[in-house]
Design a protein around this ligand. Structure first.
Ligand code: BES
Ligand code: MN
Ligand code: ZN
Length: 504
């Protein structure tokens, strides 16, 4: 006799010790018996789901009437909240439009995010989500909706007196255990995203390069090898650019390497810009945006978050994150404008602007990645330029690469997780010619995001490489879809998706 697994409720706690915390509590079951204050039902464009029909007939057509009165069409993204009819044992019913029956990955996740936003009222504590029959693959779709809900419900509450209260979601699905199984890897990805968000939202004073090292070392218990180079070792290896940027702060620079090796393939290397605070240095930032510059380590945070997500999921991949950490501060020891630095690559750089520090720390990190790991592909993530924000805004990150196939893969992965990329060109190399050194660190003209990317290109040798400029993506000023305001963890979902899409 087969055990009737589907009759059981599958909550995360039942999945064993490796289940990690979501931002909400989820239970997936075939028939929800729990009474809750809120009911969520779905409705496709011009066709009701079976749950909607069942609740509608239970209320003698009241749901139909209510959505007609609200001019609800079932279009993707539409939502109405109604007072629950008398013979339904809830306080409110939320009807969610799914558009087509088939919900793509990105749409299901975003739908969960928007639903979570709608439910963000203190008096809503527990929710029945009548998700049976939704999507073509019900387990997958329901799990993605839960994923979107959790991603959006995350808060960085460390500095608030009033903490957000977790809500309980009871998902009514076609198969409880299948849905719980489909959610588990997504939950682990959330864990990587939340790490990146926590690190990005944490203040510069509380998260110095040394504090970042402590956070990275926590991944050791997941089988990740963590190596740290201090300023002396950085200097000894000739990484004069990374060393110089950190010279103006008490701790100095760190190169942090987190290697998750669970395959014999050549590694994929992810380099991350890790400026824990960017004052600009002697070219000090004078605009009010300086108050956001704790964000400048978001590339490193996303690199570490990606490794965490892959390790939690025990993926059969070989990925190494190389994070270039420093605080770009003003002090007597800081690099002076006009200084010439020597990179480990052997190229010298004239510092024409101390605020173009990201490309300096990354130049040595890219060299290190090539030299020590011989990666098959090298991708770097960096909050690199204001120019990128002016070019494509905050809804896209900019990708730069000579490799059309790599751009295609990354762009495709980004689309699936609502972390969209837009390609910008490399080039304008003449703008980086210096009168005194091999390169200058800012262009004498040309598009700033491109000259920054082209600067980096000098340090990538002949490794297949892409640079992703995430300035403007890493810290959100408003809630949107599955991303709440604050540190976004941008890049963790994109890179995890890309790595998993392309492993053989
Ligand atoms: N960290 C900034 C870029 C940035 C801008 C990040 C907005 C996040 C949001 C970077 O180090 C920087 O200062 N870039 C300068 C370069 C310039 C001096 C060539 C910029 O873009 O203005
Ligand atoms: Mn800067
Ligand atoms: Zn910066």
């Amino acid at each position: 006799m087969p055990t009737k697994l589907t009759k059981l409720a599958f909550s995360l706690s039942l999945l064993g010790a490796s289940a990690v915390a979501s931002a909400e509590s989820f239970t997936f079951e075939t028939t929800v018996k729990q009474s809750t204050d809120t009911l969520v039902v779905f409705h496709a464009k011009d066709s009701a789901t079976s749950s909607f029909q069942a609740f509608n007939s239970k209320t003698n057509g009241q749901l139909e009437k209510a959505i007609a009165a609200a001019d609800f069409s079932g279009d993707y993204g539409s939502m109405v909240e109604i007072l629950a009819p008398n013979n339904l044992d809830y306080q409110r019913v939320i009807v969610v439009g799914t558009g087509d029956k088939a919900l793509s990955k990105d749409k299901a996740t975003k739908l969960g995010g928007n639903l979570s936003g709608k439910l963000e009222q203190k008096h809503i504590k527990n929710i029945t989500v009548a998700a049976d029959n939704v999507g073509e693959n019900n387990a997958e779709t329901a799990a993605l909706i839960a994923h979107g809900i959790s991603l959006r419900a995350y808060r960085f509450d460390e500095y608030r007196k009033e903490k957000r209260q977790e809500k309980s979601f009871y998902f009514d699905v076609d198969n409880g255990s299948d849905t719980a199984k489909a959610y588990k890897p997504l939950n682990n990805i959330e864990s990587g995203v939340f790490l990146a968000r926590d690190l990005t939202s944490e203040t510069a004073t509380e998260l110095t390069p040394v504090d970042f090292v402590k956070e990275a070392k926590k991944l050791k218990k997941l089988g990740v090898k963590v190596t740290v180079l201090d300023p002396k070792e950085i200097k000894k290896l000739g990484m004069g650019a990374l060393e110089a940027v950190g010279r103006g702060s008490i701790d100095g620079s760190r190169l942090v390497i987190a290697h998750y090796k669970n395959s014999s393939d050549a590694p994929i290397a992810i380099a991350g810009k890790g400026i824990t605070f960017d004052s600009g240095g002697y070219n000090i930032k004078t605009h009010s945006s300086i108050a956001h510059m704790k964000v400048d380590m978001a590339g490193a945070a996303a690199a570490l978050g990606t490794v965490k997500a892959l390790a939690l999921n025990e993926e059969k991949v070989n990925v190494v994150a190389i994070m270039a950490m420093a605080a770009n501060m003003v002090s007597e020891n800081s690099v002076a404008p006009g200084d010439v630095l020597r990179t480990a690559e052997g190229l010298t750089v004239e510092i024409t602007n101390t605020d173009a520090e990201g490309r300096l720390v990354l130049s040595d990190a890219l060299w290190y990645a090539r030299e020590k790991y011989n990666p098959s592909i090298l991708v770097d993530l960096a909050t690199l330029t204001g120019s990128k924000v002016r070019a494509v805004g905050n809804d896209y990150a900019a990708v730069f690469s000579e490799d059309d196939e790599l751009v295609k893969q990354l762009t495709f992965a980004g689309k699936q997780v609502n972390e969209n990329l837009w390609r910008l060109p490399l080039g304008y190399g003449d703008m980086l010619k210096s009168n005194i050194a091999d390169l200058r660190n800012t262009g004498t003209g040309g598009p700033g995001a491109t000259t920054a990317a082209t600067f980096l290109q000098h340090f990538t040798g002949d490794v297949k490489w892409a640079h992703i400029d995430i300035a403007g993506n890493a810290l959100a000023s408003s809630n949107k879809g599955e991303v709440p305001k604050g540190g976004t963890g941008y890049g963790v979902r994109l890179l995890s998706e890309w790595i998993l899409n392309n492993k053989d």
